[in-house]
Design a protein around this ligand. Structure first.
Ligand code: HEC
Ligand code: HEC
Length: 359
């Protein structure tokens, strides 16, 4: 998993894998990636057929941790405690888990986040599942890594509203924290950067549990229904979903406008001159998806059925809209199959299990 570390993005690579494999050349997808960077798995050949497709979705065996913040069990324990500790917010009412909760697939089940003083945030709380594999963070990709991300919500007035100085003073006054920081960070001890490093380490261990889909990918033909198998095929071919939702975590970490009517310009704020970035948002992964509604950056689609209807219609036709977004002409059977397939990406358990951690 070495090639997946943070900060090792490969600039502007065409969606060669998905496009080449499934024959979706000439989609103009390259244009949608102008000015963007994304990671790519090199060296994949282009075999044909369902087995070849399945091969692209195998779960990785290990979690990638960045060299700058390598995994240790001590950082993990400290990070976990901090993640669930409401004392990180000024009113001691909110923790990270208030908005990224295991019970809601590590989101919050709301259309938009609700923060300090019950203030509504502008966007939906995304899941943190499989964040270890994320190339960029936030719906608009404004943050590069989890270490940088962690201190944001703590200080944000609309979220936990806690000035860092005040937070560090508060943590100093809680006897249990000092020794935990001392063992996790023997050289640095307790400070904002080590707090962020510990939370990020914990977040990287939040990996989606094995789902029925994984058992099928690994050869158990009985693990999912025939509808789901047909849905997988539609996902990869006619509906073109896999062009953006690719690989085992179902994301290309790219930004696209999928034609939702929201006024939010997303990635366009940072790339005002790139037409395709207006209204573009990061492609979310689809693991644990059945637990994560309502969907989209604005929570505007309540169910997976509504999501499929949206893609089938193609969304708002505007210059920024991805060239892949157009009426698909799906039959009602294909729509049902897609929903059944998407449901196989959700595990039966809460996704807290840690696969293989480095020593
Ligand atoms: C009040 C709700 C709320 C709280 C509390 C909160 N978050 Fe978030 N979080 C959000 C929202 C909303 C976004 C998306 C904002 C955006 O994209 O503009 C987000 C985005 C993220 C992301 C980016 C995920 C991705 O895939 O891009 C991570 C990681 C994250 N939060 C971790 C945390 C951590 C760690 C904490 C605690 C220190 C925390 N959050 C506290 C609401 C919250
Ligand atoms: C052009 C790239 C692209 C294509 C094609 C595409 N998606 Fe998406 N998908 C996205 C992006 C980007 C978002 C987030 C959009 C937003 O919130 O504005 C998204 C969001 C979703 C969500 C909601 C996830 C969440 O966490 O809210 C689901 C479910 C989904 N897509 C399924 C599909 C299915 C099924 C198909 C095929 C019918 C498909 N997508 C085709 C890029 C794409």
């Amino acid at each position: 998993m070495l090639g997946f570390g943070h900060g090792r993005l490969i600039a502007t690579v065409l969606a060669a894998t998905a496009l080449g494999l499934f024959g979706f050349a000439n989609t103009g997808f390259g244009a949608a990636l102008v000015g963007e960077s994304r990671r790519v798995e090199l060296g994949q050949k282009a075999p044909a057929g369902i087995d070849a497709m399945k091969a692209l979705y195998r779960r990785p065996a290990t979690i990638p941790f960045p060299r700058e913040n390598a995994y240790t069990p001590e950082k993990f324990s400290l990070g976990k405690k901090l993640y669930f500790d409401t004392r990180l917010s000024v009113t001691s009412a909110q923790s990270c888990a208030s908005c990224h909760s295991p019970g809601f697939g590590w989101g919050d089940g709301l259309a938009v986040g609700v923060g300090h003083g019950m203030a509504k945030l502008g966007r939906r709380s995304p899941t943190i599942v499989n964040a270890a594999w994320g190339a960029v963070f936030m719906w608009d990709g404004r943050l590069a890594n989890l270490e940088e991300q962690a201190l944001g919500p703590i200080q944000a007035a609309g979220e936990m509203n806690m000035p860092l100085e005040q937070l560090m003073a508060r943590l100093e006054s809680i006897p249990e924290y000092k020794p935990l920081f001392a063992v996790a960070f023997p050289k640095e001890g307790m400070k904002a950067t080590t707090l962020a490093a510990a939370i990020a380490t914990y977040e990287r261990t939040v990996v989606s549990e094995r789902a029925p889909f994984d058992a099928w990918i690994e050869g158990n033909e009985k693990a999912i229904s025939e509808e789901a198998k047909r849905g997988f095929a539609v996902f990869n071919t006619k509906a073109m979903c896999a062009t953006c939702h690719e690989g085992w975590n179902f994301t290309n970490d790219g930004f696209q406008d999928v034609g939702l009517p929201s006024a939010d310009i997303g990635r366009g704020e940072f790339l005002p001159n790139v037409i395709k970035m207006k209204h573009a948002f990061k492609t979310p992964g689809l693991r644990e998806i059945a637990r994560r509604g309502p969907f989209m950056h604005d929570g505007s689609l309540a169910t997976l059925e509504a999501v499929i209807e949206h893609y089938d219609r193609g969304g708002v036709d505007r210059p920024s809209r991805s060239d892949l977004m157009k009426p698909l002409g799906l039959t009602s059977q294909e729509k049902t199959d897609l929903v059944v397939f998407l449901n196989t990406l959700t595990s039966n358990l809460s996704p807290t299990a840690v696969p293989t951690l480095p020593r």
